[in-house]
Design a protein around this ligand. Structure first.
Ligand SMILES: [Zn+2]
Ligand SMILES: [Zn+2]
Ligand SMILES: [Zn+2]
Ligand SMILES: [Zn+2]
Length: 342
């Protein structure tokens, strides 16, 4: 097909760095009274009704302000109580977030197997009802505390709750939401007990058998666990904030630990072991691994574990012979091995 010569308006093809349409054409499409002019921006901000709802057109040089907004939201969340931090305060926080040495690694870990079932991200929900980003991640290496910063919240330590969006987790003792419990002691507000849940994780173990584990960069390196993807390390090197990202190190962090293990992405949790332990511990027969690409060469630290036996006969998936969670540093090759309790 012959290539049509470019016309001036072609600068405005969809996704073009100049914008989808010429500014004057955009303004003609605007709903009445919805053109906002901001000093210092190259073009106006135009609101327009489209089939899917209201569309907002921004001049290209507004994008960096949008990025700055999202960055602020990720680092601060609602912990500013609706009043923007002043520039000095925010810069101090951002500086901490850009220091690769201050990176924290936060996971929701199955206690018996040590499998990292969920990577905690800035928007992960805590038992107190607030998000990870509203906890003191910036002070952790010194204080070793992930307290909640929201006004009036007495949560002392971030503790992941497996809920998404407006979902809820009900207490098995009092049948009320996790939110209707003391943030610190977890006592039921109605009834005598404490919060407990039989929620079943994708690893087959229950909520009560999991805990939130926090490691500093040094502790994570010492334990031989993965510390993020090359692009994330490059981002950190380029001065972008990463310390606030919790356990998220790349796109595969968004998958559950069990799925990561089955895909061969969790050192020490090889797919074949996962399938064998499913068969043994849960009497699931006929579980066959899919045809997987050959495993990547193990990291040096993972190699030292490769020869260890699988521990069978425990309550939950016994995929690792490690006794890791809550005790970072105890996961070296000299770590204790638990024998089958048969
Ligand atoms: Zn809170
Ligand atoms: Zn909290
Ligand atoms: Zn309760
Ligand atoms: Zn789990």
């Amino acid at each position: 097909m012959p290539v049509r010569p470019l016309k001036d308006k072609d600068r405005y093809y969809p996704g073009s760095p100049w914008g989808d349409k010429p500014p004057e054409e955009m303004q003609a499409l605007a709903a009445p009274g919805t053109v906002t002019v901001i000093d210092g921006l190259r073009g106006p901000i135009v609101e327009r009704e489209v089939q899917a709802g209201t569309a907002l057109y921004l001049p290209q040089d507004a994008m960096k302000h949008v990025d700055a907004y999202f960055e602020y939201r990720q680092l601060v969340g609602d912990s500013d109580g609706g009043r923007l931090l002043d520039e000095r305060e925010y810069e101090a926080l951002r500086e901490k977030a850009t220091d690769p040495e201050r990176r924290l690694w936060v996971y929701w870990v199955e206690a018996d197997s040590g499998l990292e079932c969920k990577a905690i991200g800035p928007a992960s929900t805590c038992f107190c009802g607030h998000r990870y980003r509203e906890h003191t991640w910036a002070d952790y290496p010194e204080t070793r505390k992930l307290k909640c910063k929201m006004a009036g919240c007495n949560c002392q330590a971030f503790s992941y709750v497996p809920v998404k969006g407006s979902g809820d987790l009900k207490c098995s003792s009092c049948r009320q939401s996790f939110l209707d419990h003391d943030k610190r002691t977890r006592k039921c507000q109605r009834g005598k007990g404490s919060f407990t849940s039989s929620y079943s994780c994708s690893c087959n173990s229950s909520y009560d058998r999991h805990c939130t584990v926090v490691q500093t960069q040094q502790e994570r390196e010492a334990s031989g666990k993965a510390t993020g993807t090359p692009w994330m390390q490059a981002a950190a090197g380029a001065g972008l904030p990463t310390a606030h990202m919790g356990g998220v190190g790349g796109f595969t962090s968004l998958a559950d630990g069990i799925d990561r293990a089955l895909a061969g992405l969790e050192p020490g949790f090889e797919p074949q072991r996962v399938y064998s332990s499913l068969e043994e511990a849960h009497n699931l027969s006929g579980v066959k691994p899919p045809a997987l690409p050959p495993p990547r060469p193990p990291r040096a630290s993972a190699a030292s574990r490769a020869g260890e036996d699988i521990v069978a006969g425990r309550k939950s998936l016994p995929m690792s012979s490690k006794s890791g969670p809550g005790r970072p540093g105890s996961t070296g090759s000299t770590g204790s091995r638990t024998r089958p309790a048969k």
